[in-house]
Design a protein around this ligand. Structure first.
Ligand SMILES: *Cc1c(COP(=O)(O)O)cnc(C)c1O
Length: 395
């Protein structure tokens, strides 16, 4: 009893909240870097569920781990110990930079930011958090409060108080925003939703120094940049700057929903029993999926691929910019997190439409930025194909 595309669209239109501007595509299957729609069309996925399918779609090891765990124990309360969660925590800590070695599991990116915000408040006893203009940290009242984009915040105010926004990359503004009320700083090392805006090592180092100097907690939101995306497990490792707290989700579960907030032991110790909790957070099924996904990431050399292929792609895109200096305004990225800023929103729309027509899944963010965040196991010829298609409308 399979519905056809128009039947699915009709049902969705009738019953869904309608908060998504959906494309008229009904996906039914995925494998590696490819997905298929209900009409049998094949797409090259250079969006990876927005930086989620880092190990590709339906990786056999992840699928196998989920099936095995689903037959054994799907859920139990965090009142009990479970092996998948203990093993996932160990694996995750092995990938995180020292001295980050304590994990709290949750279910999404926004929850991992909420956990980070609560930890900053608990550890510092102060309500103020500095965040960056143009940032994106999620849609719940806490994470939305530190999201530096008016269009998302305004309709839902009042939000959690205490946020102060400063221009991303400007250390002087950040230093001036610090007062007695501020307990911490939250930043994406590379702004994702805000248009793939990279940091400089100097900036992140200076932020770290200011935090050390003033006794502030530094939280990095690595929900999008983490899990190998930029060529290291966390993007901050590429910059050589280690935060006190880090938020993760998206690619963590290999497509299965799971999030995590990690922190230095002495910082996490500020949480007392029952200060924070989650019914589903780190449940057996999610942890089995995430453990398998992290094993794939390390065993199959996906971070190395992200690093080398990403560097190659960035070169290609820079050459593209040299061929079309009036049409491409800027090119940014690290690893397989790439942004091509077009000269106008109309042009970005044109490029996006052409990609869809050629069945290459990409996304347009911050108005005129084409975002490519493909699975980390993508091969050079596929990425080359995608870049070729992106360039076609510019010729
Ligand atoms: C996607 C994203 C979030 C929100 O994650 P959800 O799982 O949608 O709640 C938070 N921070 C960053 C940097 C993101 O890219």
């Amino acid at each position: 009893m399979t519905l056809n595309k128009s039947e699915v669209i009709a049902l969705d239109s009738q019953y869904h909240a309608g908060v998504y501007g959906r494309l008229k595509i009904c996906l039914v299957k995925g494998d590696g870097c490819r997905v298929w729609d209900s009409e049998g069309n094949e797409y090259l996925d250079c969006l990876a569920g927005i930086a989620v399918n880092n190990v590709g779609h339906c990786h056999p090891k992840v699928t196998e781990a989920i099936c095995r765990q689903a037959r054994t124990l799907m859920h139990c309360s965090n009142l009990y110990y479970i092996e998948p969660q203990a093993r996932l925590a160990e694996k995750l800590v092995s990938l995180l930079p020292r001295p980050i070695e304590r994990i709290f599991f949750c279910n999404s990116g926004t929850e991992s930011v909420e956990a980070a915000m609560k930890l900053i408040r608990r550890a510092s006893g102060k309500p103020g958090i500095i965040a960056a203009h143009n940032s994106f940290h999620g849609r719940t009242f806490g994470s939305l409060a530190v999201t530096g984009q008016e269009k998302y915040r305004k309709p839902f105010e009042p939000l959690v108080p205490g946020a102060r926004f400063v221009p991303f990359g400007d250390i002087d503004s950040l230093t001036s925003a610090i007062d007695e009320e501020v307990g911490g700083i939250i930043l994406e090392p590379i702004q994702g939703e805000g248009g793939i805006r990279t940091s400089t090592e100097d900036y992140l180092r200076a932020v770290r120094e200011v935090c050390d100097d003033k006794g502030l907690y530094l939280a990095f939101d690595e929900v999008q940049t983490g899990m190998g995306r930029t060529g290291n497990f966390l993007a901050c490792q590429s910059y050589g700057v280690i935060p006190d707290i880090v938020s993760m989700a998206k690619g963590l579960g290999g497509g299965f929903p799971i999030g995590a907030m990690a922190a230095r032991s002495d910082v996490m110790a500020a949480f007392h029993p029952s200060d924070h909790a989650s019914t589903f957070g780190g449940n057996p099924l999610a942890c089995a999926a995430a453990l398998a996904a992290l094993n794939v990431l390390t065993e199959e050399g996906l971070m190395e691929n992200a690093r080398t292929l990403g560097a190659w792609a960035l070169d290609q895109i820079r050459e593209m910019q040299r061929r079309h200096p009036d049409l491409i305004e800027d090119v940014r990225g690290r690893g397989l997190m790439l942004g091509i800023e077009m000269a106008s929103e109309d042009l970005a729309k044109k490029v996006f439409d052409h990609c869809m027509k050629e069945r290459i899944l990409v996304n347009r963010t911050a108005g005129k930025v084409i975002r490519l965040v493909p699975p980390l196991l993508i091969e050079r010829q596929d990425l080359a194909k995608a870049l070729h298609v992106v360039e076609e409308p510019l010729n």
